[in-house]
Design a protein. Structure first.
Length: 223
């Protein structure tokens, strides 16, 4: 608690990096009717610009507001990591020290690491990995007790949506996503259920991919 009391006010009042300013300008340009990639150059997929459009439409244009959102995003990532280790029988004291270590690290790095694509994709990626672990448990348990195909497909679909969300922000997340799924192949050796699982993952990714492409086409950004 002392770490938060001492660091949160300083963290909120730190300046934002030039990348954040650039994405803010791109988001404002699109919200005002402009065309991304045409009226303002961007080297990456538009996921980060969409995120800025959403955040700025809700919390406003101040640096304090976007830093608060960044802190909430990181807190969600830290909570998932703590819960993951709790499942590995880490004690409450151990979880507390893990949280202290995570927040101490994040408060110690420069503004160039805050509200950046690499840190922003951590939350959806960790949530997807969490769902993957639950899915593996579900598939293993299906050997002893029946598990509905709808449940397997539905949770895989949600995981695919999370991976696709992270992909639109930074495509490099596809590498750990593939590694995580191939890892589950080594643990669960049930070809039919794994195909159902893969179908849900693929559909979730394709759905969100299609939605993004439709947006780019309608706004004139696709060409």
């Amino acid at each position: 608690m002392l770490i938060l009391i001492l660091n949160v006010p300083l963290f909120i009042r730190m300046p934002v990096a030039t990348d954040v300013v650039l994405y803010d300008l791109q988001a404002q340009m699109v919200l005002n009717g402009g065309t991304l990639y045409k009226d303002m150059f961007e080297t990456n997929l538009p996921g980060i610009v969409w995120l800025h459009m959403l955040v700025r439409s809700i919390v406003g244009m101040s640096s304090d507001a976007i830093r608060s959102v960044d802190l909430v995003n990181f807190s969600g990532s830290a909570l998932l990591l703590m819960m993951w280790n709790r499942r590995n029988h880490l004690s409450m004291t151990g979880m507390l020290w893990l949280g202290i270590a995570l927040f101490s690290f994040y408060f110690s790095i420069s503004e160039w690491c805050h509200f950046q694509r690499d840190t922003l994709i951590l939350l959806p990626a960790l949530a997807a990995v969490w769902l993957r672990r639950q899915q593996i448990d579900r598939l293993i348990e299906s050997l002893e007790a029946p598990v509905s195909r709808t449940s397997i497909f539905g949770w895989a679909l949600l995981e695919g949506l999370l991976w696709a969300t992270a992909f639109w922000i930074k495509p490099f997340v596809a590498v750990p996503a593939l590694c995580v799924w191939f890892g589950s192949l080594l643990i669960v050796r049930q070809s039919r259920k794994l195909m159902l699982d893969f179908s849900g993952l693929l559909l979730g990714g394709l759905f969100l991919g299609g939605v993004g492409i439709c947006w780019m086409w309608q706004t004139g950004a696709w060409p």
